[in-house]
Design a binder for this molecule. Structure first.
Ligand code: SF4
Ligand code: SF4
Length: 312
């Protein structure tokens, strides 16, 4: 594969890190996922640890080769956007994961990715495809390959010096753009997240989290009438997501809040309580959470989660 001028990479990163406000931007060659990473993922699926995330077991072939997402793809541009809010919900609130305090990150990221993709097309003449949780693409794997950071034992992408409170996005392109070196950092001896997880969903081997136990997956992806009682007892007021394994991570100790206005905590999240959810009508939910990631959880599931908090 021939590589084009490094000025393309420089121009793309300048836009991404400047005007578009991404925390990090890197470029990987679009090629099949390494066999070791494929095996690891297959093991996770075979163990059933993907829990209710049934989508994770679909589209295996595409997930293992991003060139099937965009014919002729040669490069993957990976970006990270900081969502860490400057303020937190008060004590007694129905606890919502920090990424869902403001506007739905899919919308926020997609708008920025479109601009980045348009710039890439104009610059290189190549075709593009933007992805934010919208395609079977192993975003964290490609973020490592693009040099953004490493995957911690808490299964998040950790950007050295910037932490893990970021959403990831990708622009695939048929243009051959100078690639970055993959990140080779690791968690070392830490293990703080394994101890902090309230349900023992993490492990020292770094195999992906057991989503059949993880409170984040259970509160968001599981829509059964009831949660397994022994796990529901550990919710501790959480109604959508869990941040425990990120809050304890030393890489987040000096993480700075986002400057993205769309991620400003919405008032409805700050005053959300289990009681308010129990009494909330569909109309109120629609009005107060239009454009919020909480809509993906659904009101029925929020009510189920909140009921656990009221009963325990
Ligand atoms: S999100 Fe919460 S429950 Fe899930 S692995 Fe992290 S600490 Fe454990
Ligand atoms: S808490 Fe420690 S082990 Fe867990 S992801 Fe952070 S650095 Fe890695």
């Amino acid at each position: 594969m021939s590589c084009y001028p490094s000025s393309w990479a420089e121009a793309i990163k300048a836009l991404a890190l400047g005007e578009l406000g991404f925390t990090a931007c890197g470029i990987a060659r679009a090629e099949p996922v390494e066999p070791a990473a494929v095996e690891r993922y297959d093991r996770w699926i075979a163990s059933g640890h993907h829990g209710d995330m049934t989508w994770a077991s679909r589209h295996r072939e595409v997930r293992n080769d991003p060139r099937l997402l965009l014919p002729g793809a040669q490069s993957i541009i990976m970006v990270a956007l900081n969502y860490l809010p400057a303020t937190r919900q008060p004590a007694g609130a129905a606890r919502v994961a920090l990424y869902a305090y403001g506007r739905d990150y899919h919308r926020v990221m997609r708008a920025r990715l479109r601009r980045l993709a348009a710039h890439v097309e104009e610059l290189t003449g190549g075709a593009t495809r933007a992805c934010v949780d919208s395609a079977p693409l192993r975003e964290r794997y490609w973020a490592v390959r693009a040099g953004l950071g490493f995957i911690g034992l808490n299964n998040t992408l950790i950007i050295p010096g910037r932490g893990s409170f970021h959403v990831l996005g990708a622009v695939l392109t048929t243009a051959a753009i100078e690639a970055d070196e993959p990140c080779t950092d690791t968690c070392g001896e830490c293990g703080a997240c394994i101890k902090a997880c309230p349900v023992g969903a993490l492990n020292r081997d770094g195999d992906a989290a057991d989503a059949s136990r993880c409170l984040s997956a259970l509160t968001i992806e599981n829509h059964d009438e009831q949660l397994p009682p022994e796990l529901a007892r550990r919710l501790d007021g959480r109604v959508a997501g869990c941040d425990e394994c990120q809050l304890c991570c030393p890489h987040n100790a000096s993480a700075v809040p986002t400057t993205v206005a769309d991620f400003t905590p919405r008032e409805a999240v700050m005053r959300l309580t289990p009681r308010a959810i129990a009494e909330m009508t569909a109309e109120q939910f629609d009005n107060e959470f239009a454009g919020s990631a909480l809509r993906r959880v659904t009101l029925a599931t929020l009510k189920r989660n909140a009921a656990e908090g009221l009963h325990n």
